[in-house]
Write a protein that binds this ligand. Sequence first.
Ligand SMILES: Cc1ncc(COP(=O)(O)O)c(C=O)c1O
Length: 458
Amino acid sequence: MAGYSFSLIPHEVAKLKTDHRLIQTSIPAPGTAEVFERLDKVESRSMHGQLPLVWERAEDSSVYDIAGNRWIDFTSTIFVANVGHSNPRVTSAIKEALDHPLYSCYAYANPVRAKYLERLISFAGAPFEKAFLLSAGTEATEAALKLMRMHGQQTNKRRRGIICIENNWHGRTLGAQMMSSNLGQRAWIGYQDADIHHIPFPYPWQLEGRSGAEFLLQGLEALAAKGIDLSQDVCGFMLETFQGWGAVFYPKDYVQAIETVCRKNGILLAFDEMQAGFGRTGKKFGFQHYDVTPDLICTGKGMGGGVPLSGVIGRAKVMDLPDVGNMSSTHSANPLVCAAGLAVLEELESRNLVAEAERKGKLFREALETIQKRFPDRISWILGNGMIMAVLFQDPETGDADGPFTSRVAERCMQKGVLVVHTGRESIKLGPPLTITDEALIEGIAILAESIAEVAAE
Ligand SMILES: Cc1ncc(COP(=O)(O)O)c(C=O)c1O
């Protein structure tokens, strides 16, 4: 979030009350600065930079602060609350798990883990046969890296290469950071794994008449020019399902061409579904937008409905590569998170939330495109699918990306009772819980339009 810091000084704003929003104090609300100051004293600043409000509770698609103000939530705590904040089914599953005296049991077998994994595999569908559960998303992408390398080196010791995409992001641990191309974020490592390669991302504004498949070919030719042989040196492709900061999806033929390259050369295809999974994009998993079949998917965030649950899901022959006992983690698959994960799947399926995300996604896109028509010189792109959308802002004079304007719009939305995802760059991301009502969704988008108009007029 570098580059813009939100003021903690209370600002007089218009008081308002609707069925979905309540702003009854100055914003940031009284008491907010004190909590931020306490955190500043005892917590690494690396955790900070978000909008200045102190969450007191969150229910379904509403967030409440310590002063009783209420927001329409377009963040889902960064795409975690797919089934709604504090979902009652998830809450009672957790309570039930706690009432049963077993909420930690390392890798010892327990019934709820078996039940959850069976349900997860059936939810994921073919070709997925086995999963390995973890706690954080970064652990899942890291595990996929390990599995792809183990698979490659089975046939050829040289086969360690992982092809990733520039500007994609996979987490903050060593391997995940190396697969992410952000140089600033991995400077601390001091070296780059020589077998992790990056090829350009096919941004719609960079295709210049090329098809996705042609664009990919150019990327792969650049690797070949460095002496990388796809059939001898490469074991995996790791794709973030869409590029996070701007919900930028790839052209379908780009991903399909990657799949063809993988099949031809015995390379594994993995998707990082952290943000895209569990209905977020209007499909169970985001890779389904490309009509391809991955070997591995890395999941997390919405998977646990708010508890730390992540995983790698894949074909059995890949998932069983590590020897017995060789891929485990202390808190992995504990009874509490499995109970929550199970309730998430039950909620997604019984309420048809994946189809709902697709239906509401159409409303969402239409409403945002109407705003774009109103501000054609400010909004350069509307991107995304289902319940993950991004609005990209530009400077009306130069056409350059306009991060500061974007941050001010995010702040204004907050002052008006709508929480959006502040990315620190020229995008505002919008990812409400899939359970949000049509009315709250439309009201939130109207407030975004109002905020853009006000900030543009200043
Ligand atoms: C695409 C993607 N991959 C990996 C991660 C890392 O997940 P976690 O923060 O749970 O480690 C994130 C988190 O934002 C993500 O968006």
